[in-house]
Design a protein around this ligand. Structure first.
Ligand code: FAD
Length: 383
């Protein structure tokens, strides 16, 4: 693995860094308090090409490789995880799935709009009763002439109330478990689809997380993405790459925690000297720095494997598992460096901790990542 960035990768990282420092980080606290990021940021990210990374230019994408995607995601995560998540879902889970599995018509219909930020996508897998065990989802799609009629409820859907299209997973067959699951592209203005925003989240407050209720939602047969019964493969392949993007976002959180903690340690005086002089504070900083490097290297390895066409799925689980837990540790250690000031939201570290916490839960909890890694090591499924 070559650890030097190409000119193109370095340029896109710089672009993302400048954008985040200018247009994201300064507003993160305000958006967190208001429970809504400024929606205009989506269009700006489209113009900068961040929503089209890895998508072919013929569909409005900005091309680029997964390494560039990881670098941009890290920068966005450094600025505001709520903004990072919008991209990881709309591009990472939805547009990339359409590019990989969609028909020519579906690509033409959705990719130019998603990559420009004119439309937003959401990913509807989780249900109130099925989270980790997503293969046993119960939302049903029943064939009626040339249409499918879909009913069910989806829970915790990122971008849910903002999205124009949902990549929706529903049961079409009698086969038990994931074999009977198919995937559909459902415009969110389709009659019968209603959305309720979920408030009171611990973190990612600027993001629109929603419950989606589908009551006899009728879509044409052409709304199905990938062959019937292949929906779970669509979901799992999206999540495998998605885990790299979550891991990269976590590296961003960890880096932000390090920057904030080092800065504060050099300014805050206690016992007649800055707290940077105290060995136990240096220990906190050293622990954060180590986590940042380890998480970044694991994440870069996944990006490199994807770009080289090598198997990456288990490595993505390792990176996501480590980086998400590292982000929580880093934010928590940074809060310790800030003392009581870390506990109020005039300083950034409390938000970092709140935002980091969900990363160990979504796109497969830490326990699920361990089971995936364990299965790869032993050949035994312990789910
Ligand atoms: P459960 O699956 O009920 O798990 C509860 C606990 O049991 C966990 O600790 C889990 O690790 C453990 N557990 C479960 N099974 C096992 C097992 N076999 N062995 C050991 N331990 C186990 N979903 C989407 O589809 N789209 C989205 O955009 C999306 N965005 C989200 C945004 C937020 C802010 C949140 C909080 C969630 C989001 N989710 C989304 C849902 C998320 O992916 C699920 O919450 C997650 O998969 C866990 O499911 P659950 O909450 O039902 O927990």
């Amino acid at each position: 693995m070559n650890l030097e960035l190409t000119e193109e990768q370095a340029a896109v990282r710089q672009l993302a860094k400048d954008f985040v420092d200018r247009e994201v980080a300064p507003h993160a606290t305000e958006w967190d308090r208001a429970e809504q990021v400024d929606r205009a940021i989506v269009k700006t990210m489209g113009e900068l090409g961040f929503l089209g990374l890895t998508i072919p230019e013929e569909y409005g994408g900005s091309g680029g490789d997964h390494f560039a995607y990881a670098l941009v995601t890290e920068e966005l995560g450094r600025g505001d995880s709520a903004v990072r998540g919008i991209v990881s879902v709309s591009l990472g889970l939805v547009a990339k799935s359409i590019a990989a599995w969609g028909s020519e018509e579906q690509k033409q219909q959705w990719l130019p709009r998603l990559t420009s930020g004119d439309a937003i996508g959401c990913f509807g897998l989780t249900e109130p009763g099925t989270g980790s065990d997503a293969g046993n989802l119960t939302t049903k799609a029943v064939r009626d002439g040339a249409d499918w009629v879909i009913s069910g409820t989806k829970m915790f859907i990122t971008n849910g109330t903002w999205a124009d299209v949902v990549l929706l997973f529903a049961r079409t067959g009698a086969e038990p478990g994931h074999k009977g699951v198919s995937a559909f592209l459902v415009p969110t203005d389709t009659p019968g689809l209603s959305r309720r925003e979920i408030h009171g989240k611990l973190g990612l407050r600027g993001q629109a997380t929603a419950e989606l209720v589908l009551e006899d939602v009728r879509v044409p047969a052409s709304a199905m993405i990938a062959p019937e019964g292949k929906g779970f493969s669509v979901a799992m392949s999206a999540l495998a790459k998605g885990r790299m993007s979550v891991a990269a976002g976590c590296v961003g959180i960890a880096q932000a925690a390090l920057d904030a903690a080092v800065g504060y340690a050099g300014e805050r005086d206690q016992f007649g000297k800055t707290i940077a002089h105290h060995q136990l504070v240096q220990e906190l900083l050293a622990d954060i720095a180590l986590d940042v490097d380890a998480a970044r290297l694991l994440t870069w390895r996944v990006a490199d494997l994807i770009d080289r066409g090598e198997p990456f799925v288990t490595e993505a689980s390792k990176a996501k598992l480590f980086a998400s837990e590292a982000a929580v540790r880093c934010a928590n250690n940074a809060l310790q460096v800030f003392g009581g000031y870390g506990y109020i939201d005039e300083y950034p570290v409390g938000k970092l901790l709140r935002d980091a916490r969900v990363m160990t839960l979504y796109e497969g909890t830490s326990q699920i990542q361990k089971l995936l890694i364990g299965r790869a090591l032993t050949g035994v499924s312990a789910f």
